[in-house]
Each structure stands twice: as structure tokens, then as C-alpha cells.
Design a protein. Structure first.
Length: 71
């Protein structure tokens, strides 16, 4: 949620690629598909690290044991 935390830590596309261990091309695909929240300011694309962590949390895959119990 925008404005939900006081101190935003913004990173650029290169920093996001490093943080996610993805190529810059993959980061630009996420942007193009609007899969990840970003900000545009003065021709720059920026990401709030909190939003990035939320993006990752929403894509977490639970272990089978947790989802279905012991098989």
C-alpha cells in the first residue's frame, strides 16, 4: 500500500536485478507486464524495497508437506 511506511528505500533497476538475482532483461519484463510495483521519476524507474519484498512474499511456494499435510 502506498504511504504505508514512513521511510521508503528506493532502488533502481540494476540494484533490483542484483537483489532478485535476475538479469536486467528479466527486470524489464516484470516492469513491462506490470508484475511488480514501481515508480517513475524524471525518466528513472525506481522500486521500493518494501514492495519488492511483498512481491517475493506473494510468490512464495509452500512445501508440499505444509500444503497437504504429511503424505
Amino acid at each position: 500500500m502506498i504511504g504505508s511506511h514512513a521511510n521508503k528505500k528506493l532502488i533502481n533497476t540494476a540494484e533490483l536485478a542484483e537483489y532478485l538475482r535476475l538479469s536486467k532483461t528479466s527486470v524489464y519484463r516484470l516492469i513491462e507486464k506490470r508484475s511488480i510495483r514501481f515508480y517513475k521519476a524524471g525518466g528513472h524507474i525506481l522500486f521500493d524495497i518494501y514492495d519488492v519484498d511483498e512481491y517475493l512474499k506473494n510468490r512464495c511456494v509452500e512445501p508440499i508437506e505444509r500444503k497437504y499435510g504429511n503424505i
